[in-house]
Design a binder for this molecule. Structure first.
Ligand code: PEP
Ligand code: MG
Length: 325
């Protein structure tokens, strides 16, 4: 299979009818960049920075983080690189950060909530990112945003750290795009309001599905409810894409759905700009998109959006893609 897709390493990410998209990779460590590039990634759509904080005994210093971010940016050679700020809490714990026990960790003090609560940790990361910003094409996004207020607070802390650095005579890139993940239903529902204040949106379907269907993404007993093609999810994804575009912003997806063979044609038809996935899915997706007509898929999309269940959508797509024969 690998050989079959080799031709797509240097190919453009474009549909059969000439619609261009960006196919990016998700990474957790600077070393992962190599694999994204070897698989022809157009960029990094999600750098899960929490991995820099895990498997160690203390917080990573500003300098350690600076080196990690700089390494990624330099190796990406000016290709767009979206770094997500710390997304800890929920299922991901740190041994040196003693957080109080919570009844519902996934609904608790995690991600941007934790960063706004423990601002010293957040500011250290923001400084490291800003210092690294001159080495490549950095974009920063905040995870788990549920309210406009959180997004504004996170942006203003970033602004404060930027001003401090400039006052210290340290260079910072001027054109850093600041975006957010849309992975909480409240954010998806007011994506139009966020799109006015964010430079881009990135849909995190792993959490968006879990929160929309109220089904723990790790719990096998309710995995039957974890439905990427539930009409509620398709409607939310469409809302977010339309809201971003209505405000002249680009929109990506960095959840597993972005690399799913059945989802890709639907996302293409919806107008998703950037698909970010594990490196190993990039070439298959580029090959798939090269054979799809966005216009044709837009007609199928009209049908798909009338379906009432996830199963109907999946059956329709499987037939269309000639799967299961
Ligand atoms: C998501 O929630 O879709 C996502 C990309 O983030 P993570 O899987 O790290 O929660
Ligand atoms: Mg998430």
């Amino acid at each position: 299979e690998r050989e079959l897709f080799q031709q797509f390493v240097t190919a453009e990410s474009v549909s059969a009818d000439g619609h261009p998209v960006e196919l990016a990779g998700n990474i957790g460590k600077p070393e992962d960049v190599e694999n994204v590039l070897a698989n022809g990634g157009d960029g990094i759509g999600l750098f899960r920075t929490e991995f820099l904080y895990m498997d160690r005994q203390e917080l990573p210093t500003e300098e350690e983080q600076f080196v990690a971010y700089k390494t990624v940016l330099v190796n990406m050679g000016n290709k767009p690189t979206v770094v997500r700020t710390l997304d800890i809490g929920g299922d991901k714990e740190l041994p040196y950060l003693t957080l109080s026990h919570e009844m519902n960790p996934f609904l608790g003090l995690r991600a941007v909530r934790l960063c706004l609560d423990q601002q010293d940790i957040f500011r250290t990361q923001l400084r490291a990112l800003l210092r690294a910003s001159t080495y490549g094409n950095l974009k920063i996004m905040f995870p788990m945003i549920a309210t406009l207020d959180e997004f504004r607070q996170a942006k203003s802390l970033l602004q404060e750290e930027q001003e401090k650095l400039l006052a210290e005579g340290i260079e910072v890139a001027r054109d850093i795009e600041i975006g957010m993940m849309v992975e909480v239903p409240s954010a998806a529902l007011i994506a139009d309001l966020f799109a006015k204040e964010a430079d881009f949106l990135s849909i995190g379907t792993n959490d968006l599905i879990q929160y929309t269907l109220a089904a723990d993404r790790m719990n096998e007993k309710v995995s039957y409810l974890y439905q990427p093609f539930h009409p509620a999810i398709l409607r939310l994804v469409k809302m977010v894409i339309d809201a971003a575009h209505a405000n002249g912003k680009w929109v990506g997806m960095c959840g597993e759905m972005a690399g799913d063979e059945i989802a890709v044609p639907i996302l293409l038809a919806l107008g998703l700009d950037e698909f970010s996935m594990s490196a190993s899915s990039i070439l298959r997706t580029r090959g798939q998109i090269s054979k799809l007509s966005k216009q044709e898929m837009a007609q199928h999309l009209e049908r798909i959006l009338t379906f009432s269940t996830s199963a109907e959508v999946e059956q329709y797509m499987e037939k269309l893609l000639n799967l299961n024969n």
